[in-house]
Ligand binder design. Structure first.
Ligand code: SF4
Length: 188
């Protein structure tokens, strides 16, 4: 099986989800969000083709010091079968899976009615960051997302409850900027 990627797997990321993470940068995104941080990943003919079995072998050798993998791009949900193989492999290694998508969780559920492997993929994702990047909602005070409309979703609980359940610790905004404005705090 093949997958179209924008770059080789990145390791040791601390900004693409909780902990230290590998990142799978998939190629191809239909959402075309104005202000996207990664427009080079939009073209479905761009990037390069990689072999999924080779990527799985690479991950087996390199995941020891990573907390998990983040499926990003591009939109990883445009390559369901290949991304599912990789997500299942990482879960089998005992690591967690985060995924970013421009689709909403509800839209992915709707798609899963015609494409059952979408539901299987969701069952192998621990945390989903959903929704398009919206420039007018952009903030630097958010955890692991670019705009306020996006949601950091506990996928297992959401599937069980049949409605979106957020990861509560990441639903709030960072406070350090506001604290820095107060004179009684000293930051070093
Ligand atoms: S979904 Fe993500 S990669 Fe796609 S256009 Fe929007 S911000 Fe860019």
């Amino acid at each position: 099986m093949e997958i179209r990627l924008a770059s080789p797997i990145q390791y040791d990321s601390i900004v693409d989800g909780e902990g230290i993470r590998a990142v799978l940068w998939t190629q191809g995104c239909p959402h075309k969000c104005p202000g996207c941080h990664n427009p080079i990943t939009h073209d479905f003919d761009g990037g390069f083709i990689a072999d999924v079995e080779e990527l799985k072998n690479e991950l087996t050798n390199n995941m020891k010091y990573q907390d998990g993998i983040t499926l990003s791009g591009g939109d990883p949900f445009m390559q369901i079968s290949a991304v599912l193989e990789i997500a299942k492999h990482v879960k089998a290694l005992g690591k967690n899976v985060w995924a970013y998508t421009g689709f909403t969780f509800e839209k992915l559920i709707e798609i899963s009615e015609k494409h059952p492997n979408m539901l299987e993929l969701l069952n192998n994702v621990d945390v989903l960051v959903d929704g398009k990047f919206i420039e007018s909602e952009k903030s630097y005070d958010l955890y692991y997302k670019g705009s306020r409309n996006q949601r950091i979703i506990d996928v297992a609980k959401s599937l069980e409850n049949k409605e979106v359940v957020l990861v509560s610790k990441y639903a709030k905004e960072k406070t350090y900027n506001k604290l820095a404005e107060k004179k009684d705090y000293i930051f070093v």
